[in-house]
Design a protein around this ligand. Structure first.
Ligand SMILES: Cc1cc2nc3c(=O)[nH]c(=O)nc-3n(C[C@H](O)[C@H](O)[C@H](O)COP(=O)(O)OP(=O)(O)OC[C@H]3O[C@@H](n4cnc5c(N)ncnc54)[C@H](O)[C@@H]3O)c2cc1C
Length: 494
């Protein structure tokens, strides 16, 4: 039995974003978290040495730097310093070569040589209308675009690159590998329209608001959100796994920062059969299998410039990534899967101690794969950084199957909370005009299993909270999210 106006189940970035909005609207908000600490995908902890912290899930935050929710929340003004690497991401290729996406578009184009003009034609126009592009993709995807030019620019690029015609626009291997490495963030078959949209969004942000890392780790973002909730009267209950909605029966609204599978577990018997069946049909994507390393020195990349990037994509050429990602999406294990490496100390030297440096790396593997990824990830890094293995002081592996045990939202290790197909980007988790509302009165889904999907942008939580304000409390004013007390006094609803 809850005595609050609103109960939120789960404290990932979306649960926290929902909590900020609802607490600032003057409602009594309680947040329930199964784990002993809050944050979901925003946890940072010491794993091997008390002086070195590791990001357990998310590490790099292009979406938090750009999303409408975080623009209004203003992380910088709350003391969260977003550190920008000189090179947003790098993509090593065989023969000691590497493609580099500098923060500067001009420098990137210069580095890409003959393909520089094509890269500029691709990213330049998106950069000029960046805020509109971001607002279009990081939305509930139910309204007409406010900037039709941005929508056209995006639609054209997604059609070309999502259909596989785009690779022919580049002459060399570097530019097409650079773009395909970003498309692989969608974790699914390549090429596809959904992965092309991800490539356009993340690709242009690399030269705009950037791919920053919070000084001290991702946990700083969770901390800033939690402090705001507490300052507006919100209360946290950690170590409480909510097993049934009945536990929260006193609350007028319940927001679930859970997977669709979690929604079924909490509410299954009460849901109308037709809705429940559609939720059951929701498809999960490939898994992530991660290794946290403590290493004695910076990664010895064959091309030393790669060490100036915090994010490194290991997938080889465009054709190789298409093969790997498509096989993985079909549940086939590959010997050389796509691997993403993050070296936070490259931009935040305070993250390392002499002889101790955190490195974060995960491979894309079939959903539910129980295999320890250590050998595979290490070999993938060594191919472009010979001698890396000798620098490993300690490591910890988390298989795709084990990720679900750590966080029930990562079903089978799917860190995107649902396969990123075009259909599921919009119909998350079912086709409905208001995807946040469930057929149960006062029960909302607010996790990344709703639009706009995965990543730390807070938008699913924000939009679900607005829906709850409107439908459960009759409040249409949007609370001010800027630091300090909420400026729009919505008053307590009657
Ligand atoms: C290895 C890894 C790397 C990633 N890297 C990045 C990155 O660099 N940048 C980026 O933007 N994104 C990244 N992501 C994705 C990002 O972390 C997620 O998209 C994001 O955290 C989703 O937020 P959420 O609030 O929807 O859910 P989550 O962050 O998953 O939080 C859900 C919370 O709800 C709790 N919960 C669930 N069920 C219950 C219940 N019944 N009772 C109580 N509590 C419950 C869980 O314990 C969890 O704390 C990464 C994810 C992983 C796993």
């Amino acid at each position: 039995m809850s005595t609050s106006d609103v109960a939120i189940v789960g404290t990932g970035p979306n649960g926290l974003a929902a909590g900020v909005v609802l607490a600032r609207a003057g409602l009594r908000v309680e947040l329930h978290e199964a784990a002993e600490t809050i944050g979901g995908g925003l946890r940072t902890a010491a794993l091997f040495d008390s002086g070195v912290v590791h990001d357990i899930c998310s590490a790099v935050h292009p979406m938090a730097a750009a999303s409408p929710f975080f623009r209004a929340f203003d992380l910088g003004a709350r003391g969260v310093e977003l550190l920008q690497p000189e090179i947003s991401y790098a993509h090593p290729l065989d023969g000691g070569r590497a493609a580099l996406a500098y923060r500067s578009l001009a420098q990137t184009c210069e580095h890409l040589g003959a393909d520089g003009p094509a890269w500029r034609r691709l990213m330049g126009p998106l950069l000029e209308r960046s805020e509109a592009v971001v607002d279009l993709i990081l939305s509930g995807q139910r309204a007409l675009p406010r900037d039709p030019v941005a929508a056209l620019l995006l639609a054209n690029r997604v059609a070309v690159h999502g259909s596989g015609l785009g690779a022919a626009r580049f002459r060399g291997e570097e530019a097409s590998a650079l773009l395909t490495g970003v498309a692989a963030h969608a974790v699914g078959k390549l090429p596809s329209l959904a992965s092309a949209a991800v490539a356009m969004l993340l690709g242009h942000l690399a030269h705009g608001t950037g791919w920053p890392l919070p000084r001290g780790g991702s946990g700083r973002i969770a901390q800033a959100l939690a402090e705001d909730i507490t300052a507006h009267g919100g209360v946290f209950h950690t170590g409480h796994h909510v097993a049934d909605l009945a536990e929260l029966s006193g609350a007028r609204a319940v927001l679930l920062d859970t997977s669709p599978k979690g929604l079924l577990a909490l509410a299954g018997r009460r849901l109308p059969r037709a809705y429940a069946r559609r939720v059951e049909r929701f498809r999960y994507g490939p898994g992530a299998a991660k290794v946290d390393f403590l290493v004695s020195e910076p990664i010895p990349w064959s091309d030393p410039a790669v060490g100036r990037a915090t994010t490194v994509h290991l997938g080889g050429t465009h054709a190789e990534m298409v093969r790997q990602e498509t096989a993985t999406a079909r549940r086939v294990r590959t010997r050389e899967p796509f691997v993403l490496v993050v070296d936070p100390a490259a931009v935040d030297p305070g993250r390392a101690l002499p002889g101790k440096r955190p490195v974060w790396a995960y491979a894309h593997v079939p959903n539910g794969d129980p295999t320890d990824p250590y050998d595979l990830v290490r070999a993938r890094i060594e191919r472009h950084a010979p001698g890396f293995g000798e620098t490993v002081v300690s490591h910890r592996s988390v298989s795709a199957a084990a990720y679900e045990a750590y966080n029930p939202n990562y079903v089978g290790g799917d860190i995107g909370s649902g396969a990123m197909t075009l259909y599921q980007s919009i119909a998350r988790p079912v086709p409905r005009f208001d995807p946040y509302r469930t057929p149960l009165p006062g029960v909302y889904l607010c996790s990344s299993a709703t639009p706009p999907g995965p990543s730390v942008h807070g938008m699913s939580g924000y939009l679900a909270a607005l829906s709850a304000l409107r439908h459960s409390f009759g409040i249409r004013d949007i609370p001010d999210l800027a630091p300090g007390p909420a400026a729009v006094a919505c008053g307590r609803p009657g």
